[in-house]
Design a protein around this ligand. Structure first.
Ligand SMILES: O=c1[nH]c(=O)c2[nH]c(=O)[nH]c2[nH]1
Length: 312
């Protein structure tokens, strides 16, 4: 039985009339930055897309157009390029540097969000070996990070997206419930293909981020390859579990994995059999399998995931 009084109900539904400023952030999105390390004749390329957003002290900017505390988005962009003069390094470290600068140099800045995507380039292989300064874009996955700062606290969520993988066997799907709308045929040998998006939360910034990234990527690929899959969900969990078992600095990992369906083409009208060889690669609709794999004993940190969208 409800014990709420009519007066309480009306207090809960009536507005005081005051309009206030809620959560806000501002900055420059998608600053494209390419840095060439020319310290030796064998150049190194860093190719990133940086978004900087600051939080704090913006009441007057919004209410009155008083910009005295509005660090211009143009200044944020310039800071990104200026910091790159000293090198970019691991994208997580670059984002952490930016956050530290803005929070320490402007006393009203309480925190912010720095998101970086990194595209990788391989050296062109010539008849004389790897070229020193000619590159071919590696169109595999994009590496990502979202670093957020709340006062002195730093939250790092790193990841990858568009890691497209396929197994031509070693995948089954059967035993699912059947009702009057079920037409899917059970299979004990299908193609399993997905484009992995994953993001993992670090519990510390004292990490060799480049080394851990390479390790996490390799573990995900290995688990995808070696798990005999009875469902994409099972493969996803195996990938996450393997990462958490190998990397103590990671508390949890989220996945979003489209099931890129490959349908066997019926060649019977042409008098041909099709022993699992000819497929139609459908692009839509696709199954969408999402989950978080986490350590039971590590406290949740919703602030790390705030504004990191695209997962359940
Ligand atoms: O691995 C799969 N998981 C599902 O939940 C599902 N649903 C479906 O139709 N095919 C598949 N495959």
């Amino acid at each position: 039985m409800s014990t709420t009084t009519t007066a309480e109900q009306s207090a809960a539904t009536q507005s005081s009339g005051a309009i206030v400023l809620g959560d806000n952030q501002w900055g420059k999105a998608e600053v494209r930055l390419v840095r060439v390390d020319r310290s030796t004749p064998r150049h190194e390329i860093t190719d990133v897309n940086v978004s900087s957003q600051l939080r704090g002290g913006q009441e007057a900017t919004h209410r009155e157009g008083d910009n005295s505390r509005c660090v211009a988005t143009d200044t944020q962009k310039n800071t990104i390029y200026a910091f790159a003069r000293d090198g970019v390094g691991a994208i997580e470290d670059f984002a952490i540097r930016l956050g530290q600068h803005f929070v320490e140099d402007f006393e009203w800045i309480e925190g912010g969000r720095w998101e970086i995507e990194q595209y990788s380039w391989n050296r062109i292989e010539t008849s004389d070996g790897e070229h020193d300064h000619a590159f071919v874009r590696n169109n595999q996955e994009t590496r990502t990070t979202v670093v957020q700062r709340d006062g002195d606290e730093v939250f790092v969520v790193s990841g990858l997206t568009d890691l497209v993988v396929l197994k031509s066997t070693g995948s089954e799907f059967h035993g699912f419930p059947r009702d009057r709308y079920t037409t899917l045929v059970e299979t004990d040998d299908r193609i399993l293909a997905t484009s992995v998006t994953s993001r993992w939360r670090y519990t510390t910034t004292d990490v060799d981020f480049d080394a851990v990234y390479a390790k996490v990527r390799a573990i995900q690929l290995e688990a995808f390859a070696t798990t005999h899959s009875l469902a994409l969900q099972q493969t996803l969990f195996a990938m996450g579990k393997a990462v958490l078992e190998a990397v103590p600095e990671i508390a949890e990992i989220k996945f979003s994995m489209p099931n890129k369906h490959h349908f066997l083409v019926d060649l019977a009208p042409f008098g041909l059999d099709n022993p699992n060889e000819v497929f139609y690669a459908a692009d839509r609709p696709y199954g969408l399998i999402e989950a978080t794999v986490l350590r039971e004993d590590v406290p949740a940190e919703p602030r790390a995931w705030a504004t990191v969208t695209g997962f359940c």
